[in-house]
Write a protein that binds this ligand. Structure first.
Ligand code: ZN
Length: 431
């Protein structure tokens, strides 16, 4: 057992449901037994309740729940920074040539390690990971994630048209390879499987039928939707019978409580109503949307329709793995939308980077905040004393003000330590 004493901040409530301030909680200490939080309170109270137990003091900075990234591509970790292109050009010129290289297992192994270590260095402890088109590469990702103790949901990417030929599979091989991977990895420790058609642009109705069969095995589902106007027009042409983009998935039973759709920058009201009706979630990817010029996310319309949203880094189109940067960019976008935007507070930003992701991934009984009974997945953000963030934290008037300064200024360099189910992750700076 260990008692952690720190400035501990989490969002057990929902800032979109009422006064955002009510969603925030601050506490001075947590007691962790076998990786699980068993008490929270003041240090004095916990030290009295558990006399003689070791106390770890995390002085300076703040301790927050591990970040939860609901949309990130592991085969693109080496393809960040391809600026100046819209989605379909970027895919063809930047992302997909790199993804092809994962056909080689040794290459995939290196990339998986770089990706997962990058997540940890950014304070991300749970992620819904868009996988590779190659099954052996998925074995590498799952194996390496299991070794590190990360909470990873991922799956083989499925496509049977339009993309470069080496990335295509048939519905038959997709079914067999995915079923094998589910058998090997789903619900093994902290690993889970997600059925992952790249997008309906590159998946025929036969392939989407296979996805429905696989989803029946009790796994998760993720894909892309409504990211870019040229993409949306192409999908409309490929599915003349569909009412809208979401309908290409809905017709196959793929819009469920276990479905997470990335982007949704250009939804119509019928799509938002359908997402809400089925309890599906949307992964908002702010830096990617800006980098590719995809558009300004209509967050207010999602909230008003009751669609659950969380954050995704969307690396490699996104500008890095650090979720606070995505949260800050989400804030910027809502500011730019003016009256159509939804002004986000620092409490919203922490919620979006943590508990909102846990809810989207159905992990809210395990992670996302520091409630008693949950896994101790945590990030200690502590800036170097001379940094501008440290200067600003010393000026913060209260914990909400401190959070605002953290979201404005923090970088992965401020990640002083990360815990996964109570285990300090290797490679962290023990300052
Ligand atoms: Zn993506």
């Amino acid at each position: 057992m260990t008692i952690y004493a720190a400035t501990i901040v989490d969002t057990p409530g929902d800032p979109f449901a009422g006064d955002p301030a009510d969603a925030l909680a601050e506490v001075g200490a947590l007691c962790v037994r076998e990786g699980v939080i068993c008490a929270r309170g003041t240090l004095a109270a916990l030290a009295a309740e558990y006399p003689g137990e070791p106390v770890t003091r995390l002085d300076g900075g703040i301790l927050v729940p591990g970040f939860i990234d609901t949309h990130v591509h592991f085969p693109q970790i080496r393809a960040i920074g391809g600026l100046g292109m819209p989605l379909l050009d970027w895919l063809e010129q930047c992302a997909l040539p790199e993804e092809s290289k994962l056909a080689e297992v040794a290459y995939a192994r290196e990339v998986a390690g770089e990706f997962l270590d990058g997540l940890l260095a950014s304070g991300t402890t749970s992620a819904l990971v868009f996988g590779s088109h190659f099954a052996p590469a998925m074995d590498e990702l799952f194996g390496a994630a299991g070794q590190r103790g990360l909470n990873i949901t991922s799956g083989l990417v499925l496509s049977d048209r339009i993309l470069r030929p080496d990335l295509l599979n048939t519905p038959e091989t997709a079914l067999a390879d995915s079923a094998d991977l589910i058998g090997r990895w789903h619900d093994r420790g902290r690993l889970r499987y997600a059925v992952t058609p790249r997008f309906s642009l590159s998946a025929t109705d036969d392939m989407l039928d296979v996805c429905a069969q696989l989803l029946g095995k009790g796994v998760w589902f993720t894909s892309h939707i409504n990211e870019n106007v040229a993409e949306i027009a192409t999908v409309a042409g490929l599915f003349p019978g569909a009412r809208h983009y979401l309908d290409t998935y809905r017709r196959h039973g793929l819009v469920t409580e276990r479905s997470v759709f990335a982007h949704n920058v250009h939804p119509d009201d019928a799509e938002l109503a359908t997402l809400a009706e089925h309890g599906a979630s949307v992964a908002h990817c702010p830096t990617s949307n800006c980098a590719l010029g995809s558009g300004l996310f209509p967050l207010r319309r999602h909230v008003e329709h009751g669609v659950h949203i969380a954050l995704g880094s969307d690396v490699g189109a996104g500008a890095g793995l650090f979720l606070p940067k995505e949260a800050l960019q989400a804030y910027f976008i809502q500011q730019l939308l003016g009256a159509d935007g939804l002004a986000l507070t620092p409490v919203h930003l922490l919620y979006l980077a943590t508990r909102a992701g846990a809810l989207a991934l159905g992990l809210d009984d395990r992670v996302g905040d520091f409630a008693v009974g949950k896994d101790f997945d945590a990030v200690w953000l502590r800036p170097a004393p001379s940094s501008t963030l440290a200067v600003n934290l010393r000026q913060a008037s209260d914990v909400t003000d401190a959070l605002a300064r953290v979201f404005a200024l923090s970088t992965p360099a401020d990640v002083a330590a990360v815990w996964l189910r109570g285990q300090r992750a290797a490679g962290q700076d023990p300052r």
